[in-house]
Design a protein around this ligand. Structure first.
Ligand code: 9PG
Length: 450
């Protein structure tokens, strides 16, 4: 078996059988940006950042890059490592190999985290319709619950690229942050600082800040919000100023927790003012953000290349969106782990828990409300177990959606301090209770229905 690690937060990560060829990425799936545009590894097995091969005796050979932009792939049975940074290699018991690699990454890139807050975020209930009133309802409704952060997600801004509030946030953003702080919580805000939507005034007025194709057109890093979005050229001083300005403004408004999303787009292949390699570019982008945010702002990276985020961000999303169903819809069929859904969020996140010694690991939200699409109570329990294992607890349930009993369960979850131990590749113990995630790695519903 081969440990195939995905490019960024939402990219599939799995132990795969090398005798089974990968499923080629369809054009439709490609449009969402989870697979690397030039290294999708859809015809040969390959891995971003780190790979391992197991010996079926509990030990593995691990090879991992000590910086961003590295890939490992198999060429006629030979392992090829390609990347600008140094490589770490070891042969050891599986968990020890990953732990030692994480240690080496921490030594080279730095360590942050260890301070994962309990977060309420607006996304998985209000989506882009979120309003100021929704946030005020969360402030009031959660005053007596143990959330540390109330975080406004996508939907507050004018457009992706134009980071000023829209008409749904008519009050001052600083007043909003103040109200959150006065309720005893840390104000949090979502931004996607490295991209501009085709409809943004940034893209319209400053096309020179965008990464270009050889024909001079803006490079498309994905499709969302009803159109294409473009990466910014971080080697352009004015793009640096745009990114730093957006972050500084959010911090000045009083937001001390920033969820920074779609970060993968920054190093998308294309023409820039200066040509630097992907790993360097990712590091430069992260440095611009950290310098603008200051050392004390909690930075959660999302849709972010994993290795380059270490030492710069406090936390990182380690899987795709949980969504409101077990399996995401994908034209690529059930083998595609890149579409949002509980299954892919579980399978990908669990295989990245080794990162926790150098960065907080966010497996995405859990649910306590009753109305959660097709998610069964047992799947909801597995998502909570995953969050406890990762030590990062977040939810999006609006206060009005929770019964008295839901609230009590939620509060117990936020305060829990369980003893966690790993008992196998896919199995854990939480306060002595065995939890087996193995069935999630099969593609069907794993009988978590009762
Ligand atoms: C806001 C959301 C939430 C969520 C993030 C991210 O098109 N796509 O493939 C796609 C993938 C992920 C995604 C949105 C779109 O979600 O993970 O928590 O912040 O953005 O837009």
């Amino acid at each position: 078996m081969f440990y195939r690690h995905g490019w960024h937060s939402w990219s599939p990560t799995r132990w795969v059988d090398l005798t089974v060829p990968p499923v080629p990425v369809t054009d439709e799936v490609r449009r969402h940006g989870q697979y690397h545009p030039t290294n999708p590894f859809d015809t040969t097995h390959g891995s971003h950042g780190v790979a391992a091969i197991d010996h079926h005796d509990g030990t593995v050979d691990l090879i991992g890059s000590l910086g961003g932009g590295g890939v490992v792939y198999l060429d006629q049975g030979q392992v090829v490592a390609d990347g600008p940074a140094d490589w770490f290699t070891c042969t050891a018991r599986e968990d020890d190999a990953f732990a030692t690699y994480a240690d080496a990454l921490g030594d080279v890139l730095g360590r942050r985290g260890g301070t994962a807050p309990n977060v309420w975020c607006s996304w998985y209930s209000h989506f882009t319709d979120v309003t100021e009133d929704d946030i005020d309802a969360a402030i009031d409704g959660f005053a007596d619950l143990s959330f540390d952060v109330i975080q406004i997600d996508d939907g507050w801004q004018q457009t992706i690229g134009d980071w000023a509030p829209n008409g749904k946030f008519p009050g001052d953003m600083s007043a909003m942050a103040d109200r959150i702080r006065h309720s005893g919580k840390t104000p949090g805000l979502w931004l996607a600082p490295f991209i501009a939507h085709e409809s943004s005034s940034l893209a319209g007025r400053h096309p020179e800040l965008l990464v270009r194709t050889p024909a001079g057109q803006p490079v498309v890093a994905g499709w969302n919000w009803g159109g294409a979005y473009f990466p910014l050229d971080i080697t352009h001083p004015a793009a640096v100023e745009h990114v730093a300005g957006a972050i500084r403004r959010a911090v000045e408004w009083g937001f001390e927790y920033l969820k920074l999303d779609f970060l993968y787009a920054l190093s998308y292949p294309g023409q820039r003012r200066e040509s630097i390699d992907a790993g360097e570019m990712e590091r430069l982008g992260a440095e611009v953000i950290r310098a603008a945010a200051g050392d004390s702002t909690y930075l959660l990276a999302c849709g972010a290349p994993i290795i380059s985020s270490i030492g710069m961000f406090d936390g990182i999303r380690i899987g795709p969106d949980v969504g409101l169903s077990w399996m995401g819809e994908s034209t690529q069929g059930p083998a595609d782990d890149s579409a949002p859904g509980a299954r892919a969020a579980i399978t990908t996140s669990l295989l990245r828990t080794w990162l926790r010694s150098v960065i907080d690991i966010d497996p995405d939200v859990v649910y306590f409300r009753g109305d959660t699409g097709s998610l069964s109570p047992a799947t909801k329990q597995r998502l909570r177990d995953l969050a406890l294992i990762c030590g990062f607890r977040a939810t999006s349930d609006p206060p009005g959606s929770l019964t008295r009993e839901d609230r009590a369960d939620l509060e117990a979850f936020l305060r829990a301090d369980p003893k966690i131990s790993k008992t196998g590749r896919y199995s854990w113990e939480i306060d002595g209770r065995p939890v087996d995630f193995g069935p999630a790695y099969q593609h069907s519903q794993p009988g978590w229905e009762s």
